[in-house]
Design a protein around this ligand. Structure first.
Ligand code: SAM
Length: 249
């Protein structure tokens, strides 16, 4: 369960709201049961339930655990907003695989509309899906789903990453694997490097967007000879990146 740092008291942790209800009603938790809680930043802690009600669980701290389930490479998925509930699939699956954050964006061929003022509920729902997937897959941190950006807003953010890969099915030269191998050689053990992975919408990226992305520092890369659905491409590329970095078992 993820708890905010304020929920940690000196020797106990207070769990409330939906998580407390989940522990008492769904998991049928009782005093003496052990749980793992995380502050989502740096602490993972083994705790033991000492008091339980539907809306509040108090647990005593047993021991601090090692943060063992986070990848050594920080991959952010920038996904041009797909139709229907496909963004939810991307968030759920990529959280399980090991993405650290998500940046939905609107590009030239994005079909769906997104009005930030009217759609805060959607962003809330995406973050809830990320939290549930993080719990399910025993992540130590919850990947954040950021407010959707326009293409113009996204381009200048490239410079804050160590590498940016623009997934482009029309790329005839560089394949992701070829781009990754030299990048992996530059990795140092004292700092987790950051990678931004860009995936287009149902209709793909335009040539103009490819040019702009390259100008902003991205490498245009192919993911093999088959065309993947927009909700599949991020999962595949993420798994390949983490595999190359030695993260996938
Ligand atoms: N029309 C299908 C759909 O509705 O999902 C396929 C869309 S594909 C054009 C969507 C995005 O996935 C592309 O913009 C690209 O980022 C990524 N993609 C899919 N297949 C790829 C490949 N073989 N190489 C690189 N990127 C790929």
């Amino acid at each position: 369960y993820f708890v905010s740092p304020e929920q940690f008291k000196e020797n106990t942790v207070e769990i409330s709201g939906e998580d407390a209800r989940h522990i008492s009603k769904v998991m049928r938790g009782k005093t003496g049961d052990k749980l793992i809680v995380s502050d989502g930043i740096s602490r993972e802690t083994l705790v033991e339930i000492i008091a339980i009600e539907a809306g509040a669980v108090t647990a005593a701290i047993v021991e601090q655990l090692e943060m063992t389930h986070e990848p050594a490479l920080k991959v952010t998925i920038a996904q041009s907003l797909p139709k229907g509930d496909k963004m939810e699939t991307v968030i759920q699956k990529c959280t399980e695989i090991g993405a650290v954050s998500f940046v939905p964006f609107i590009s030239a061929r994005t079909i769906v509309q997104y009005d930030a003022k009217k759609e805060s509920k959607r962003l809330e729902r995406w973050n809830k899906i990320s939290k549930e997937a993080a719990e399910q897959s025993h992540r130590n941190t919850v990947p954040e789903v950021l407010q959707p950006l326009t293409w113009k807003q996204l381009l200048p953010t490239f410079e804050s990453y160590d590498a940016v890969y623009f997934c482009y099915e029309k790329e005839e030269g560089l394949q992701l694997r070829d781009a990754l191998r030299p990048f992996m050689q530059t990795l140092r053990s004292d700092r987790a490097p950051s990678v931004l992975l860009l995936v287009g919408p149902e209709g793909g990226f335009s040539e103009e967007e490819c040019r702009q992305a390259e100008e902003a520092g991205a490498a245009s890369v192919g993911l093999g000879r088959r065309i993947l659905r927009c909700e599949t491409a991020g999962m595949v590329a993420l798994a390949c990146i983490l595999y190359e970095s030695g993260e996938m078992g």
